[in-house]
Design a binder for this molecule. Structure first.
Ligand code: NA7
Length: 296
């Protein structure tokens, strides 16, 4: 298929690479110049990438960025053609997604929201899991592209439901990781050996994929970004906005937002969200490490 791919960040770069590897004809665009994908044409604007494309795929930071690449100067909306499909893997506001879909519908364009779970490693190995909002027929046309970038696709309902689902997924990841990080921090203070604790956690009902994925990075003190803290904070805020609109109280997530706020203020925004642990450690005056003594 002829695909325009907008946004070559941590995730987008690998997703576009996997589309090329699967034999699709890909044109890429990124806001800052210098980011390219081997085997893809590099365009100088979103509209330039979208010319002649059957599918326009986006993976940019936030709601504003999606609005910008679609409807801003040089935006893709200026070159839309009847029958084209727009797919968005950015995590953005569900209600804005529905508005964007309405705006492009008048040009005969279908809009699918396709946020994903799985971080950099899954993007690189083509093992992403997509949660999709849109109609069946459009999803069927996109099947070869989903298969090139991911291992599973869940159809969650009409346009917007992919984004709503993503918010409730990341809400859980943020809360589970916060629980784990708080447990490690108190554990370090009490002298619990993390290397003994981890197998116990995974043998018990506390077991989680979040712990399994993050623990090796924590043990190596590697907080380089797989999923940057600033983006998790964006998703926490999106979930809290959606909760407010729907009159739902989320006291746990509100507390976690505060931790992320402070961590971002302290300059950890570009690190992995696992780095919120370092803030808890600072508050407690401990460091979580293998073989640490109580109070060390
Ligand atoms: P990154 O690595 O932070 O990449 C973000 C991308 O979005 C990157 O290409 C940015 O371009 C682009 N961006 C950011 N703001 C804009 C605006 N205003 N206009 C156009 N393009 C923009 O994020 P990830 O790849 O980890 O994640 C991407 C999405 O997937 C995000 O919603 C996650 O929550 C899930 P730059 O290179 O900075 O010029």
């Amino acid at each position: 298929m002829r695909v325009a791919f907008l946004g070559l960040g941590i995730m987008g770069r690998w997703m576009a690479t996997n589309l090329v590897k699967a034999g699709h004809e890909v044109a890429v665009w990124n806001r800052s110049p210098g980011k390219e994908v081997q085997g893809a044409r590099t365009a100088s604007s979103p509209g330039g990438a979208a010319l002649d494309a059957e599918v326009l795929w986006m993976c940019v930071s936030d709601t504003k960025a999606v609005e910008n690449v679609l409807f801003g100067p040089g935006g893709a909306a200026h070159v839309l053609k009847q029958g084209m499909i727009i797919a968005d893997s950015s995590t953005i506001s569900p209600s804005a997604t529905v508005r964007f879909a309405e705006r492009v519908k008048t040009s005969g364009v279908s809009y699918v929201d396709a946020p994903m779970t799985g971080s950099k490693v899954a993007a690189e190995s083509g093992q992403l899991i997509f949660m999709v909002g849109g109609d069946e027929a459009t999803l069927a046309r996109l099947r070869p592209l989903f298969e090139a970038m991911g291992k599973q696709t869940f159809h969650m309902g009409p346009t917007g439901k992919g984004q709503s689902t993503k918010l409730v997924m990341n809400l859980q990841i943020a809360l589970i990781y916060e629980g784990f990080a708080e447990a490690l921090t108190l554990g370090a203070k009490l002298g619990v050996d993390i290397e003994k604790l981890l197998p116990l956690v995974q043998a018990s009902m506390v077991k989680s994929g979040v712990v399994e994925y993050k623990a090796p990075f924590i043990l190596q003190r590697d907080f380089s970004p797989n999923f940057p803290l600033r983006l998790m904070l964006k998703d926490i805020r999106l979930a809290l906005d959606a909760a407010k609109e729907s009159r739902v109280r989320l006291p746990g997530l509100e507390a976690v937002e505060e931790v992320y706020d402070v961590a971002a203020e302290e300059g950890h925004g570009d690190l992995d969200y696992a780095a919120t642990l370092t803030l808890l450690e600072k508050w407690a005056g401990v460091e979580v490490k293998a073989g640490a003594k109580a109070g060390a």
